[in-house]
Design a protein around this ligand. Structure first.
Ligand code: FAD
Length: 420
């Protein structure tokens, strides 16, 4: 059987693959996207749904690793590292440690802010297109602090962010009530970040993929990539469940699994699957749940008003490899966080808890760019906590890399093989 020809083959049907398909198709390329399951079946599905443009600090920050070590043995903590003999994990942690230095954190924050803001602007354009309805709502995020310790930490973060041009409004009780009328009594301080939106990620990915298809792309679900044929530093063939492709260029957008394929291709990248949990709740009354996005900083829990009928709470960053199990202790802590800030949270009409893997790099910056090892491989992965936020800008950058147009954002900090 002859190989299936395509100009660009995108591997992965999450938010990054779908955005890549749309922007590449609009750049006049012939695109085929292959997804091993259904569209939006992994990290892009059950996340917190935030387009977090303003609060752009990376995961690596001074004190985080020390806190993580203190939490090492507490499986109910929001940041948990499962001790295991893994050279990849050891190398990742070593680089993460370096990224925790104040100066490096702020450098990453500036790059994240540029990406996040540009992406927010692209979301506005997409949401204005007829037929692209994905529940895009721009109404900010409120960070809540229940203890002095977290109020001080929150103010410190806000000061750093204001220093790079982010608007952060410190609020007292009266100010909080104006932003979120549903809050429990006794919460006296918080910080409101207006540059923030939320959306329905499943609708987003499905709408973008359908639009790309309508404009000429081919979207193949249940089409797992199973291997590659290489020759003279280039990918010649990509084997899939539906046949073998002979693409001119390959975009690797396989989320947390990208590092496995990168290694197989001989272009390794440092990335860890960082597991997080979420629970989606059906509102019993219109008043139950939040009216806008909340971050309960003391518990590191995000709460999102999905729509009039549902809300979601999510949290946890577990470096435990590919292990989908859900820790009931951590779920209880998440529920405690909800009960601490919102009334009527004792009994919830909740769906099964969900877990997904963030593709996390040591410095929280994604890997976007052409491989230095393999001429026709483009990385679009490693978006960690911000893959939904950075979907559109990633799709646009990938299209610019392919066409050779000037990139909309600085690609140098995003160099894929920066830890090779
Ligand atoms: C609890 C939680 C909360 C989060 N909250 C937010 C948030 O509020 N805002 C935000 O911006 N980000 C958030 N994130 C992060 C965000 O969800 C991810 O960064 C983003 O979804 C990654 O998208 P992706 O397309 O790279 O990966 P994925 O969505 O994981 O997609 C990768 C796809 O590749 C496919 N694939 C893998 N291997 C193969 C193969 N061999 N062949 C074919 N296909 C393959 C997979 O099946 C998958 O569908 C959160 C994550 C979690 C876990």
């Amino acid at each position: 059987m002859s190989n299936l020809a395509t100009d660009i083959l995108i591997i992965g049907g999450g938010v990054i693959g779908a955005c890549g398909a749309l922007y590449l198709t609009r750049a006049g390329r012939e695109v085929t996207l292959v997804e091993r399951g259904e569209l939006c079946g992994e990290a892009s599905r059950g996340n917190a749904c935030w387009v977090a443009a303003g609060h752009s600090l990376p995961t690596a920050a001074p004190g985080v690793l020390g806190q993580g070590m203190r939490w090492l043995l507490d499986s109910g903590s929001p940041f948990h590292i499962k001790p295991r003999p893994s050279l990849d994990l050891a190398r990742w942690l070593w680089r993460f440690r370096a990224a925790c230095a104040q100066e490096q954190m702020m450098e990453s924050a500036r790059s994240l802010l540029e990406l996040n803001r540009t992406s927010l602007a692209l979301f506005r354009e997409l949401a204005a297109e007829p037929g692209l309805d994905f529940g895009f709502t721009e109404d900010g995020v409120l960070h809540l602090h229940l203890s002095d310790k977290y109020r001080q930490a929150g103010e410190k973060q806000a000061a750093l962010l204001r220093g790079i041009g982010v608007e952060a409004r410190s609020l007292d009780r009266a100010g909080l009530e104006k932003v979120e009328p549903n809050l429990r009594a006794g919460i006296e301080s918080g910080i409101f970040y207006p540059e923030h939106a939320h959306l329905d990620p499943v609708k987003l990915v499905e709408a973008l993929a359908a639009q790309a298809e309508a404009e000429g792309a081919t979207i193949l679900t249940r089409t797992a990539v199973t291997g590659f044929g290489q020759e003279s530093g280039r990918i010649r063939t990509v084997r899939t469940a539906q046949g073998t492709f002979a693409p001119r260029e390959v975009v690797l957008a396989a989320g947390a699994w990208s590092s496995l394929w990168a290694r197989e291709l001989g272009a390794p990248i440092l990335m860890q699957p960082a597991k997080g949990y979420s629970v989606t709740v059906k509102r019993r009354t219109a008043q139950q749940g939040p009216t806008r996005c909340l971050s309960v900083d003391d518990y590191k829990v995000a709460v999102t008003p999905l729509d009039a009928a549902r809300f979601r709470f999510s949290s946890t960053l577990e470096l435990a490899g590919f292990d989908p199990s859900i820790n009931p202790k951590r779920l209880r802590v998440n529920r405690d966080a909800l009960q601490a800030v919102l009334p009527d949270m004792e009994s919830l009409d909740a769906e099964e808890p969900w877990s997904g893997y963030r593709p996390l790099t040591p410095d929280s910056l994604p890997y976007i760019g052409r491989s230095e090892q393999i001429g026709n491989l483009i990385f679009a992965t490693g978006h960690g906590m911000l893959g939904i936020t950075q979907g559109p800008i990633t799709g646009k950058l990938v299209a610019e890399i392919v066409t050779g147009d000037a990139p909309t954002a600085d690609l140098s900090p995003l160099r894929p093989e920066r830890y090779a």
